[in-house]
Design a protein around this ligand. Structure first.
Ligand SMILES: [Zn+2]
Length: 254
């Protein structure tokens, strides 16, 4: 997509809050920021992830509904000694895992640590870019969250957690069946060589009505409302980071 100039802190993605995404061989230190997890049932279409509502999504993507567990982490790159890279930027993002690709490991660590994983530092090693497969280990060098004591990093984590709470829903798109139908049709058209609407003649500079404009939202009829799409895991409370977690996260408590 070429080089872009952007202000420091700009996040370039289709989602406001993209999940952790690493390249093969990339290693990071990540501090888990909550004992709670969000569970998302999604479909992956060419145009992005869509929350499952049991309707057209399942008919269009049979058998491919995915369950993703989302856990907030603060992370940065490591150096050759596996210390946080000096001067590196710290991000707060959802770590998105399936049950057999990391989530089970995290649950086990929580069990082994007396039911508490918030504040734990982990080392993540990416071994597959395409499928985002990771190896995990507990990073045992620091008693506190790796960013504790570095004012710039601590501020980044505080701000990042607020942004996380406000934007985590953007992990996937919430679409009505009608909206999904439109996106699927547009994607199919793109696949078939990008067929475009014919150019309309323009008489004397008078703008012509656009073809292919999205349908206006329906008013007072058949507007489908869907239930909240992010559910908490059994036994977990709501995802927001609570005061007790915050103490741990900010290194104020062991
Ligand atoms: Zn579905």
């Amino acid at each position: 997509m070429g080089l872009q100039t952007a202000a420091l802190g700009t996040i370039v993605s289709t989602a406001a809050l993209p999940p952790v995404k690493l390249q093969n061989g990339e290693r990071i230190i990540a501090c888990v920021l909550s004992n709670d997890v969000l569970v998302a049932k999604v479909h992956s279409f060419k145009f992005g992830k869509v929350y499952c509502n049991g309707g057209l999504c399942c008919k269009s993507d049979p058998g491919f509904v995915q369950v993703r567990y989302l856990i907030p982490v603060a992370y940065c790159a490591v150096d050759n000694q596996l210390n946080p890279l000096a001067g590196a930027e710290v991000f707060v993002r959802p770590l998105s895992r399936s049950n057999n690709n990391g989530y089970r490991w995290l649950v086990d660590q929580k069990q082994l640590n007396g039911g508490n994983i918030a504040g734990m530092n982990i080392l993540i090693n990416c071994i597959d870019t395409e499928y985002q497969k990771y190896e995990f280990s507990v990073h045992t060098r620091f008693k506190h969250p790796f960013y504790a004591g570095n004012q710039i990093w601590e501020n980044a984590v505080k701000e990042g957690m607020q942004f996380y709470a406000q934007h985590i829903e953007s992990f996937a798109m919430e679409l009505s069946d009608e909206e999904l139908q439109q996106k699927l049709a547009a994607a199919a058209q793109n696949t078939m060589g990008g067929a475009q609407a014919p150019q309309l003649p323009n008489f004397g500079g008078v703008p012509m009505p656009q073809t292919g404009a999205p349908a206006a939202p329906m008013i007072g009829n058949a507007q489908v409302t869907t239930a909240p799409q992010l559910a908490t895991a059994p036994g977990a409370t709501v995802h927001s980071i609570n005061a007790a977690d915050l103490d741990v996260i900010m290194g104020r408590k062991q």
